[in-house]
Ligand binder design. Structure first.
Ligand SMILES: Cc1cc2nc3c(=O)[nH]c(=O)nc-3n(C[C@H](O)[C@H](O)[C@H](O)COP(=O)(O)OP(=O)(O)OC[C@H]3O[C@@H](n4cnc5c(N)ncnc54)[C@H](O)[C@@H]3O)c2cc1C
Length: 459
């Protein structure tokens, strides 16, 4: 006997719970299944804990700069890792409990804990129980990629998940991977007091950003004493007494960095290999991401895939936007599409990088006529007043339509300010709307008109 539902949702990350709530409110019978912690990656091992720890690291950093701001700290400023972790656990716990309680409080929704597998295009097995539904929504997210580096099984390492249990200060943390996740942990642990080395295979950090952004981020991190090893083509791990030797070059004997601890941050792998996708024949790409159309349907009618597991985004806001697209299309007969959204994200080092739209490199590749302007944060009065003048604002616009093509705001408040431009991009309005708007003084956003006044033909 199987229990029948209108919808089965697998995973309680950033799309599943909201979808369950919308469906249940519409009177649909819903089952939602979670095998691990409620709230998924963002809540438990991603955005929430990292940004909470980044806040602790920022506070420590500012305290160390006390003399610049005119206050005195008697004695060393040292982090208490147990308390920093406890603060993080408290924020995460509250958030995860909120997701679970929200789901359990829903009328028409059954919450099941266990590992779900598809049995057919209409049935899911969990804890030996068979559930049946007209519609199945897969929101299984991803996990840290564990690459086949030589020695990977011989030496210990952390991932973004296991490092969440750390309540001590690593003496020398080597972070393999110079992407968004790696850089946030790098600055955080450096500010906590660890020696930190970033080992990156590519020729620069955050390689999908423009070179000037990569370079400025590198300078910010190096100024805080973070060591950066680029072009590390032959990464390997080996135990060396009580240390871990991280090989970085291919030469013999390999030049290496000696770590007390290692964090792997080299990308994500979708949680799709143990989901029974082959039973109904749900297609995945060569990396295991579930292939979906513009409205997030898989190749099997009645099965949708949302969030990180569909490879159409790797952020909480893209997963949440997936929920909105699916819910509006199914419940409101809307025609929302993934391709309507504009790329946007932030890198939460300090100062943060807020990004929207396309990069300079992409503009160049497209061959379109564009205008661009760049402005240093050192000339933004709010940044000067705060004593946080690193970074720059750069914006590019289409020379013909005058619409904003992209922006990078690396600087204090950059993660917030970028939304001024993003919303104008969604409105498909010309940049002159921002240029003529009166903004609040003193803010970073008040400089956007100033930057736009400096637009020149794209180099
Ligand atoms: C260190 C780090 C920091 C990050 N910071 C940010 C940030 O600042 N901003 C941002 O936008 N994004 C950030 N991200 C990315 C963000 O966390 C993810 O994009 C987001 O969590 C994706 O949500 P999701 O719903 O697709 O999947 P997830 O949140 O991963 O949720 C999937 C859920 O499905 C469950 N599951 C998997 N398989 C099964 C199964 N077979 N049966 C039952 N349950 C299953 C999992 O246990 C999990 O709970 C960060 C990621 C990391 C790793």
């Amino acid at each position: 006997m199987s229990q029948h539902f209108d919808a089965i949702i697998i995973g309680t990350g950033q799309a599943g719970p909201s979808l369950a709530a919308r469906f249940a409110a519409a009177g649909m019978a819903v089952a939602i299944i979670e095998r691990d912690k409620f709230g998924g990656t963002c809540v438990n091992t991603g955005c929430t804990p990292t940004k909470t720890l980044v806040a602790s690291a920022y506070a420590v950093h500012v305290a160390r700069r006390g003399s610049e701001y005119g206050f005195v700290v008697d004695g060393d400023v040292r982090v208490d890792m147990k308390r920093a972790k406890a603060r993080k656990d408290e924020v995460v716990g509250r958030s995860s409990r909120g997701v679970e309680e929200g789901l359990r409080g829903l009328k028409n929704c059954r919450v099941i804990q266990g590992h779900a597998r598809l049995q057919s295009s209409r049935t899911v097995v969990v804890n030996d129980e068979i559930l049946e539904a007209d519609k199945i929504f897969i929101n299984v997210g991803g996990r840290a990629t564990i690459p086949a580096f030589p020695g990977i099984h011989e030496a210990p390492f952390f991932t973004n998940s296991s490092i969440m249990d750390v309540d001590f200060l690593p003496e020398h943390l080597v972070i393999i991977g110079g992407g968004y996740v790696g850089l946030e942990f790098a600055q955080m642990y450096r500010r906590f007091g660890s020696e930190v080395t970033i080992v990156e295979m590519g020729p620069r950090l955050i390689g999908r950003e423009d070179e000037d952004v990569s370079q400025a981020v590198r300078e910010i991190l190096e100024a805080e004493g973070i060591q950066i090893r680029l072009n590390a083509k032959c990464i390997s791990l080996a135990r060396r007494d009580s240390r871990i030797a991280v090989g970085v070059k291919c030469d013999d004997p390999p030049p290496e960095v000696l770590a007390s601890h290692v964090l792997l941050a080299v990308g994500r792998t979708p949680n799709t290999s143990d989901l029974g996708l082959n039973r109904p024949g749900v297609a995945t790409d060569e990396r295991g991401y579930i292939m979906v159309d513009d409205q997030l349907q898989t190749n099997v009618p009645g099965i949708w895939a949302l969030g990180d597991c569909n490879g159409r985004g790797a952020f909480t806001h893209t997963a949440y936007n997936d929920f909105e697209i699916v819910a509006d299309n199914l419940l409101n007969a809307d025609h929302r599409r993934v391709s309507d959204r504009i790329e946007t994200y932030a890198l939460y080092i300090d100062p943060p990088l807020g990004r929207c739209g396309i990069t300079d490199a992409e503009i160049r590749k497209s061959g379109r006529a564009a205008l661009a302007a760049k402005y240093p944060m050192s000339r933004v009065s709010r940044a000067v007043e705060k004593g946080e003048t690193q970074g720059f604002i750069k914006i590019s616009v289409d020379a013909e339509t005058k619409q904003i093509l992209g922006a990078a705001i690396l600087g204090t408040g950059g993660d917030e300010v970028v939304h001024v431009l993003l919303d104008v991009m969604y409105a498909k309005a010309p940049y002159t709307v921002v240029q003529r708007a009166m903004h609040i003084h003193p803010t970073v956003a008040e400089y956007l008109p100033t930057v736009l006044a400096k637009l020149e033909p794209f180099a």
